[in-house]
Design a binder for this molecule. Structure first.
Ligand code: XBP
Ligand code: MG
Length: 254
């Protein structure tokens, strides 16, 4: 099958945004609102099983704070907290607070030069994607992506396949002509359920996830002089970085 497009997850895949980005922004929003909610690194790893910031806050209250008496306008509070969290998170990105993961920029550049189409499929809020692309990739990077599926645009977030279906529809491509890039089990389930082959790059929060069914699992995309490690999957035939040659080979492997 001919490779036509690359579809990227955002958080954990393009950049390590969770531990020192989203988590800190949630905590800032909680403190600002006078709440005694504070998410440490370990707890946040558990909370990440729930995708979407608003959903994650609700889950925290249900599961970890039986002592918390929800106000009558709890939904409005969650919305307000989430808006504040988005403000803190995008401010951090504006200050250049989070770098891209190794090889991301190189792969995006190679794909653009080769005329391979680019897209994004994420559960995070559109403003977060915009800020990451503008301040971490390039001021015009939003225009590099033909489809950006993000946040509440679909009713069911990952692990549901909806966001990938949405993006494939916008691209007007069958899944067999695309490769998805994810960092988590929820992301893999979502891409898979939409019929996409998926390359995984793990991070500290996702290293232990179940990645059965992934096309290949790597520690990162690799850079010249900084080879990737294959954690599971087919031997990379001497490749040391994830480039279009290897992606095409992975896509056509049975
Ligand atoms: C990661 C997520 C997001 C962020 C928070 O999604 O689960 O929910 O943690 O984002 P992905 P919001 O890896 O698919 O990008 O607070 O904006 O919902
Ligand atoms: Mg992710």
């Amino acid at each position: 099958m001919t490779l036509k497009a690359l579809i990227f997850d955002v958080d954990g895949t393009l950049a390590d945004t969770e531990r020192d980005g989203h988590r800190l922004a949630f905590n800032q929003a909680f403190a600002e609102a006078g709440l005694d909610w504070a998410w440490n690194v370990g707890l946040y790893g558990e909370l990440l099983t729930v995708t979407g910031g608003k959903e994650r806050m609700r889950h925290y209250v249900e599961r970890y704070r039986p002592d918390y008496r929800k106000p009558a306008n709890f939904d409005a509070l969650v919305k307000r907290l989430h808006a504040a969290k988005t403000r803190h998170y995008t401010d951090l990105l504006e200050r250049g607070g989070i770098p891209l993961r190794p090889g991301v920029r190189r792969l995006l550049d190679e794909a653009r030069q080769a005329g391979i189409r680019l897209a994004i499929a994420t559960t995070t809020t559109p403003a977060n994607v915009r800020a990451l692309l503008q301040h971490t990739v390039s001021p015009d990077a939003e225009s590099w992506f033909e489809a950006i599926g993000a946040g509440d645009v679909v009713p069911a977030k990952k692990p549901a396949p909806d966001i990938y279906h949405h993006v494939l529809e916008q691209l007007k491509l069958p899944p067999a002509q695309c490769m998805a890039f994810e960092d988590s089990e929820n992301g893999l389930c979502s891409a898979h359920a939409a019929g996409l082959k998926t390359v995984i790059t793990v991070n500290d929060y996702t290293r232990q996830h179940d990645f059965r069914g992934a096309t290949i699992v790597l520690n990162h995309f690799g850079e010249p002089g900084r080879a990737f490690q294959v954690l599971s999957g087919p031997p990379a035939n001497g490749s040391r970085i994830l480039d279009l040659t290897l992606i095409r080979q992975l896509l056509s492997d049975p």
